[in-house]
Design a protein around this ligand. Structure first.
Ligand code: DC
Length: 228
């Protein structure tokens, strides 16, 4: 099998570098990178823009029929359209992250986004990142990687990023947040974060983006040639 036809599921907690690494893998192999977190962020954005509070579960469920999401791939980049308008960076704010996390806990929201993700996966030639890609969206993916890093390493990376943006925050508080988020993500009822039984568990402490991408490409090559 050619590696550009593979379906690669990349799951793991936030801060492990999934999206950056997946983009690097896509650029080197010709796979299409599909960012599923963007879908949850877009549902969250719709709620925020319509004054629906993030703890108003019924309000969020009731608004779903109005939410029209389209994905397009332009120059190898994923673009998300919400009711005809490109969402751009509006889904990347702190508030959008909090909304995304809240809506992603609601089973009806997960069901709402399921078909779209399954259809994209069916075409093959994709690397999809998320939390439930190997377990729910592509249980038959040719390669599943659960990529993580220790909480301390993720906190170091996140803290460095924040400091570079001029945000005054302590390493300890970033670490505390990461540990709390991990607990919440792995203990939630709907699609708790857990590796698929047949996923390769990759702790990328000490790897940079290039190193992590090469590690995954090596797994892809072995898988594609049927050696593993
Ligand atoms: O990967 P991200 O930070 O963009 O994800 C945003 C939120 O959506 C995050 O709280 C986890 C959730 N999510 C999910 O539950 N399932 C996915 N497949 C992708 C993201």
């Amino acid at each position: 099998m050619e590696i550009c036809k593979l379906r690669v599921a990349l799951d793991g907690p936030s801060g492990a570098g999934k999206s950056t690494v997946a983009k690097a893998v896509a650029a080197k192999t010709g796979l299409v990178y599909v960012d599923t977190g963007a879908l949850y962020r877009t549902v969250g954005l719709y709620a925020a823009e319509h004054g629906i509070k993030m703890d108003d579960t019924q309000g969020i469920i009731d608004m779903l029929p109005e939410v029209e999401i389209k994905l397009a791939y332009e120059n190898g980049e994923q673009k998300v359209y919400l009711c005809g308008e490109a969402v751009g960076n509006k889904i990347r704010t702190e508030s959008a992250s909090a909304y995304a996390s809240a809506v992603s806990k609601i089973p009806e929201v997960r069901a709402f986004l399921l078909d779209m993700q399954k259809k994209i996966a069916a075409g093959g030639g994709v690397i999809m990142d998320g939390r439930d890609i190997g377990t729910v969206i592509m249980p038959d993916a040719e390669l599943k990687v659960f990529m993580t890093a220790t909480p301390e390493e993720r906190a170091r990376r996140r803290h460095k990023e924040q400091v570079e943006k001029g945000i005054d925050v302590s390493y300890e508080s970033v670490l505390e947040n990461i540990i709390a988020r991990d607990k919440q993500d792995s203990e939630r009822e709907a699609a708790p974060l857990r590796p698929a039984d047949d996923a390769v568990y990759f702790v990328n402490d000490g790897y940079d983006v290039e190193g992590s991408a090469d590690y995954i490409i090596d797994l892809m090559e072995k898988r594609a040639s049927g050696l593993e």
